[in-house]
Design a protein around this ligand. Structure first.
Ligand SMILES: Nc1ncnc2c1ncn2[C@@H]1O[C@H](COP(=O)(O)OP(=O)(O)OP(=O)(O)O)[C@@H](O)[C@H]1O
Length: 362
């Protein structure tokens, strides 16, 4: 098999099926470096060039009629190229698998960095929020909502300094009109998604606000002590923020930015572009003009119990959100797909992690 270059825009019809033998012939696929609900990501060497990459191997059997979601991810990622987004290099499919050859991002994901019981210095958090904002600015300018911004989907690139890249565009969508599909991950879901009043790209900014809060104190801003999802969603919709002592005592104007990102009314929320201009971000990113170190501080007495409240959650609803998405035909060209008003299923069901999902407390 000769290795095709990925076209600028990939239509479903462009996808020639190849054999597993062809894949083996072109790629030396090695060990697993990450996994999700439908895919394993493996290290991979392109035999022709010797380049080491990441290969996302999607098991079609697990998709169970949701193939259009993977077509959507491939089509969207193929059309996007930016240093803050994980780059898709090629894609193939066989009768059993979809293969997505991507640049290898070597630092693991942000969830694992947070779960190593660390909090982050303001300078480091500012650098990460700048990276996320740059990625979001790029996709939001193209009216694309990622819809599943969370630490698990932010890959860490580089050695001494943290650079983040947005990954997993499985739920990403072009926003041409207000969206109504309830999807995302409970801790990071924006209130307007739960309110079912229609939402847009601002949901990603809300999720970034949640992440910034977590980075600086180790636990999420909205959480239910009983792990009760109804209670969690009530808190998110109320949007009442607390900066508990002693966790927040030493934190500077980052709190202003968090408040501006976690505005319940999306119209009053900062955009990704405005976030990049915020004083806190600018001052800390200036301080870090020289390469900044991760500055992960050791766990301490205050942070240990807090960090354990961050749980890896599936982009949910793994079974139900896809059922409310447009059908395969509407996804032929991801650039034109839109949400439709969702069915009458309850919102909490939509966001409930399925039993089969990993849901580990780190
Ligand atoms: N390009 C990459 N380089 C290195 N690691 C990666 C890369 N892409 C993904 N990973 C790792 O693999 C994991 C799973 O990837 P991804 O989130 O794309 O899979 P998924 O099955 O679509 O996930 P989900 O269940 O959230 O939909 C990531 O959390 C990350 O740790």
């Amino acid at each position: 098999m000769t290795l095709p270059k990925l076209p600028e825009r990939l239509e479903v019809g462009d996808w020639e099926e190849c054999s597993e033998e062809d894949i083996k012939h072109c790629y030396d696929i090695g060990g697993v470096i990450g996994d999700g609900n439908f895919a394993e990501v493996r290290v991979c060497v392109v035999r022709q060039t010797g380049r080491t990459c990441a290969m996302k191997v999607v098991d079609k059997a697990k998709l169970q009629g949701r193939d259009h979601m993977i077509h959507n991810e491939v089509a969207l990622l193929a059309s996007l190229r930016h240093p803050r987004l994980v780059r898709l290099l090629r894609s193939h499919h066989t009768h059993a698998h979809v293969y997505m050859l991507m640049e290898l991002v070597t630092g693991g994901d942000l969830f694992d960095a947070i779960a190593r019981n660390v909090k982050f210095s303001e300078v480091c958090a500012a650098g990460m929020v700048r990276d996320i904002s740059e990625g979001l600015k790029f996709i939001h300018n193209r009216r694309i909502a990622h819809r599943d911004i969370k630490p698990e989907n932010l890959l860490r690139h580089g050695d001494s300094c943290i650079t983040l890249k947005l990954a997993d565009f499985g739920l990403a969508l072009l926003v041409t009109e207000p969206l109504f599909t309830i999807c995302g991950t409970p801790t990071y879901v924006a209130p307007e998604i739960l309110a079912e009043t229609g939402y847009g790209v601002a949901v990603d900014v809300w999720a970034m606000g949640v992440i910034l809060y977590v980075l600086l104190c180790g636990f999420p801003p909205f959480r239910s002590a009983e792990r009760n999802q109804t209670e969690l969603f009530r808190l998110i919709r109320a949007g009442e923020l607390h900066f508990f002592s002693p966790y927040w005592d030493m934190v500077s104007t980052a709190k202003d930015l968090i408040r501006a990102l976690l505005q319940v009314n999306p119209k009053g929320r900062l955009t990704a572009t405005q976030t990049l201009q915020h004083d806190w971000l600018r001052s800390f990113c200036r301080t870090s003009k020289q390469k900044y170190q991760p500055h992960e501080t050791s766990p301490d007495q205050h942070h240990k119990p807090a960090v354990t409240s961050l749980v890896k959650q599936p982009a949910s609803p793994t079974n139900s959100h896809y059922t409310t998405e447009p059908g395969p035909d509407q996804h032929k060209n991801a650039q034109s797909c839109t949400d439709r008003p969702r069915s009458s299923q309850s919102d909490t069901d939509h966001l409930k992690p399925s039993q089969s999902q990993r849901s580990q407390v780190k």
